[in-house]
Design a protein around this ligand. Structure first.
Ligand code: UT7
Length: 325
């Protein structure tokens, strides 16, 4: 039983927030943001637009690309840390919005690694033979958990969604392997302190903006580089593949300097690494499937090409997936 990538899709909100806009909101500058992150602008979901509103059109695009009807989908996994609600899952809202009436639907919470975690779970469900067709989605509205007065985080993130359709069958393998990892001892380096059962919603919590994400940027940066490089090496080693066999690396889009440092650690040319940070910033769990869809639709990689995806996020969580289109 092999698993093919049958289709990809993405959906970005139309509203653009530029570095010049942010200069008017906090003590920052276009120069600092570009030099320290590579980000020029990001997309922001309008009021009332939730994660499933972004996920559903991305999923429909992926299904159209795959030539698969919504009723044929057996499994929907949404990687998100900005769900529509605590419950039901965002995946259930997506199921209803696209009419995937026969699917089992649930979310996976692994922060920016949510898509790769979801891909790994779907891989195992499909290999187990229980399901044939899966939709794996990364969808985020990080603008809803940003403190717009905190310059250390508000310049980094954006909203969006990306999706892939996986199909189990007899063809050539599309997912060669997935590898996922966690280290809960570093939870306090990147998290949203309030709103859960630890710090419950109170007027004070809202006044103090404790619902917003907080990050120790510097230490997260260092762990992210090492973890992503390790995850990349594991994927290559386990498959007996060398970097020269890769058409492209599609990394999580957190910071261009992280991408450069990962490339350096692996001894690879940075040009092998796809980046759309300039346009979208960090869209957390959505960043890899958005990037993958751009790569596919723009013909930067074609059927048969090997692509390595590597991720890192809060938790800490990290991982990799080696795929053949
Ligand atoms: O997606 C999940 C994983 N996320 C990541 O992996 C992100 C990892 N971290 C990073 O990408 C980087 O650490 C940041 C982009 C968040 C920060 O870059 P940095 O080079 O690590 O900067 P820093 O935090 O060391 O701050 C350097 C200086 C500080 O000023 P002082 O203390 O040196 O006077 C900050 O206050 O830059 C200041 N600063 C800013 N200045 C202008 C921080 N944010 C800004 C800003 N504009 N937006």
């Amino acid at each position: 039983m092999n698993i093919q990538i049958a289709g990809t899709g993405r959906h970005l909100p139309e509203d653009v927030l530029t570095n010049a806009d942010l200069e008017k909101m906090v003590a920052t500058s276009n120069q600092w943001i570009v030099e320290r992150t590579g980000i020029h602008e990001r997309r922001i979901a309008g009021k009332g637009v939730c994660a499933s509103d972004l996920a559903a059109p991305a999923a429909q695009q992926a299904l159209a690309a795959a030539g698969i009807k919504p009723e044929e989908v057996d499994l929907i996994i949404v990687g998100t840390s900005t769900p529509d609600m605590y419950f039901p899952s965002t995946a259930c809202f997506v199921q209803a919005k696209i009419g995937a009436v026969n699917a089992v639907a649930f979310d996976v919470l692994a922060a920016c690694s949510g898509f790769i975690y979801g891909l790994s779970m779907a891989e195992n469900f499909l290999k187990g033979g229980k399901f044939k067709t899966a939709l794996v989605i990364g969808a985020e509205v990080y603008s809803s958990i940003i403190n717009w007065e905190d310059r250390t985080t508000c310049v980094l993130f954006g909203d969006g969604a990306g999706a892939v359709v996986l199909r189990a069958g007899e063809g050539t393998p599309g997912i060669l392997s997935t590898h996922i990892f966690s280290d809960g001892t570093k939870a306090g380096d990147l998290y949203t302190p309030g709103g859960g059962s630890v710090n419950r919603f109170t007027p004070e919590l809202v006044t103090m903006k404790k619902y917003a994400l907080t990050m120790k940027g510097n230490s997260t940066f260092k762990v992210a580089v090492k973890s992503m490089a390790d995850a990349a090496r594991i994927a290559l080693e386990k498959n007996g593949v060398s970097a020269s066999d890769l058409k492209m690396v599609v990394p999580h889009q957190a910071n261009q300097r992280i991408i450069s440092a990962v490339a350096k650690q692996l001894g690879l040319d940075e040009s092998l690494f796809y980046s759309n940070l300039e346009r979208y910033g960090n869209t957390a769990a959505a960043s890899i499937p958005i990037a993958l869809d751009e790569v596919v639709r723009e013909g930067k990689a074609v059927k048969g090409d090997l692509i390595l995806m590597v991720t890192f996020g809060g938790g800490f969580t990290w991982g990799s997936a080696l795929i053949r289109l």
